[in-house]
Write a protein that binds this ligand. Structure first.
Ligand SMILES: Nc1nc2c(c(=O)[nH]1)N[C@H]1C(S)=C(S)[C@@H](COP(=O)(O)O)O[C@H]1N2
Ligand SMILES: [Mo]
Length: 199
């Protein structure tokens, strides 16, 4: 006789614990872009932070890659329900970039070549939570995945990880980005399933 009680199955280690509600696991790397892939070379690439007072700080490719480069292994979750585990990236943390930017702003609006935008609280870009990433799984980031460089903010739904990132505006007041204006959640925490406004 076997007595199987649901409560005694124990906690399974592995993928199940790492999948937020409503997500499924995928091993390929889907491309999700709201428009055509902009062509930006490393030579012409720049990244500009504009503070709430209008002060600007711009980094060239050489200046970006002269900063400490970190390798991170993270899980990513798209609002269309696919998740990938243990994706490997190399890039520069936003902590390093924002270190000597003076700001009292609470919000950030991220801009991309091609016009895409997305918003998030500034604190979600800090403390080792966000990177400007330019390598993925050991290769230069391909154009369709956001190369030369994209934002990587893995703790929020992946639409916050702006591809072809060109800059960040630091704002006193929150401003919705591209998907956020179209009804997606302002914050987008996958573990709280914040897909749409009101979730
Ligand atoms: N510039 C830009 N960034 C973007 C998008 C986009 O359309 N344009 N799509 C977002 C969405 S919805 C997702 S899920 C991820 C997809 O990244 P991937 O194409 O590398 O999988 O990029 C995000 N960043
Ligand atoms: Mo997405």
């Amino acid at each position: 006789m076997s007595i199987v009680t649901r409560g005694f199955r124990g906690r399974r280690e592995g993928a199940d614990d790492r999948l937020p509600p409503g997500q499924y696991l995928t091993h390929d790397f889907p491309v999700l872009s709201a428009g055509p892939t902009p062509v930006v070379s490393r030579d012409e690439w720049t990244f500009t932070v504009r503070s709430e007072g209008g002060e600007r700080r711009t980094w060239s490719w050489a200046e970006l890659t002269a900063l400490p480069v970190e390798e991170v292994t993270v899980d990513i979750h798209c609002v269309t329900r696919w998740s990938r585990l243990d994706t490997v990236w190399r890039g520069v943390s936003l902590d390093a970039l924002l270190e000597d930017v003076e700001s009292a702003a609470d919000f950030a609006l991220v801009h991309s070549h091609g016009g895409y935008t997305t918003n998030l609280p500034l604190e979600d870009l800090l403390d080792g939570q966000a990177w400007i990433a330019f390598e993925h799984d050991g290769d230069d980031l391909s154009p369709e995945h956001g190369g030369p460089a994209r934002l990587l903010v893995p703790h929020l739904y992946f639409w916050k990880s702006a591809k072809w990132v060109s800059g960040i505006d630091l704002l006193v007041q929150d401003e919705p980005g591209f998907w956020e204006q179209l009804g997606y959640h302002d914050y987008g925490d996958p573990w709280r399933e914040q897909r749409y406004q009101g979730d």
